[in-house]
Design a protein around this ligand. Structure first.
Ligand SMILES: [Zn+2]
Ligand SMILES: [Zn+2]
Length: 253
């Protein structure tokens, strides 16, 4: 399996792209930076996009992506998400006001993208991968994803406050190579993390006690302006499994 980190920042700035992962060049997990990180040719290669939740930093490149691939793909790209997420994307983004509804363009029988609903706990077999959405604890309905092939697996929690299920799944997944989870705000802003259902480094430290294996942990979603304050707070956790996820990193397992 090849995992490419397109973006892993909790905010956008020069050198900091929003959330997006690309697996084997064909399956994207979240769409915060598809068009910023990938050439048009690479974008055309994407067949499936799994969305974790409706927040803008996880979906904002979808409109420009659909425009880029228009006329360059014969088969609709599947955009998969939970019912509530798809509903938000359709009503607020592809609503013919903010952006054309590319799920009926050029025609409803053979559109550019097809929205398809997924359910947490069910496993979807696509492009030689098994992808399982797992519910997490965020402001809006949100799922993390367990992504597996026959040799390896990684788990991406997406945005979440304190949560349990992803840890249960991680603890029973053989060949788990990477556990990606978040830290969004500095310890001093625990009130904000609680209100927005995110984690501070301190909260992250408590969460990671639930992870029983020595698997590598990649931290994502830091707020760019708070990085200087957060880095020592993350280091202070003293957990050797932790490193910061970096955009453009390529994992091959
Ligand atoms: Zn979010
Ligand atoms: Zn986010």
């Amino acid at each position: 399996m090849e995992l490419r980190v397109l973006g892993c920042s909790g905010g956008e700035a020069e050198g900091s792209r929003l959330t997006g992962l690309l697996v084997d060049g064909v399956v994207a997990i979240d769409a915060g930076s598809l068009t910023q990180a990938l050439s048009v040719r690479e974008q055309v290669g994407i067949r499936q996009i799994f969305i974790s939740h409706s927040h803008l930093d996880h979906i904002c490149s979808l409109p420009f992506f659909t425009k880029n691939i228009f006329g360059h793909t014969d088969v609709p790209v599947q955009i998969r998400a939970q019912h509530e997420t798809l509903d938000s994307v359709r009503r607020h983004l592809f609503n013919n006001e903010i952006w054309p509804d590319f799920s009926v363009i050029p025609n409803p029988d053979n559109p550019i993208v097809r929205f398809s609903e997924i359910r947490a706990g069910q496993t979807y077999e696509v492009e030689g991968l098994r992808i399982t959405p797992i519910p997490v604890n965020h402001l809006v309905p949100c799922v993390g994803y367990l992504v597996e092939d026959d040799h390896s697996a990684f788990l991406f929690t997406s945005d979440t406050a304190e949560t349990d299920e992803v840890y249960k799944v991680a603890n029973k997944t053989r060949n788990l190579r990477l556990f990606i989870t978040e830290a969004s705000f500095p310890n001093e802003q625990a009130w904000l993390a609680k209100a927005a259902k995110h984690l501070t480094p301190e909260m992250l430290g408590r969460e990671l006690k639930k992870l029983k294996s020595k698997v590598e942990v990649g931290i994502y979603h830091l707020t760019p302006a708070d990085r200087p304050v957060m880095l020592p707070q993350i280091a202070a956790l003293g957990d050797a499994r932790i490193h910061l996820l970096a955009q453009d990193t390529l994992f091959n397992w």
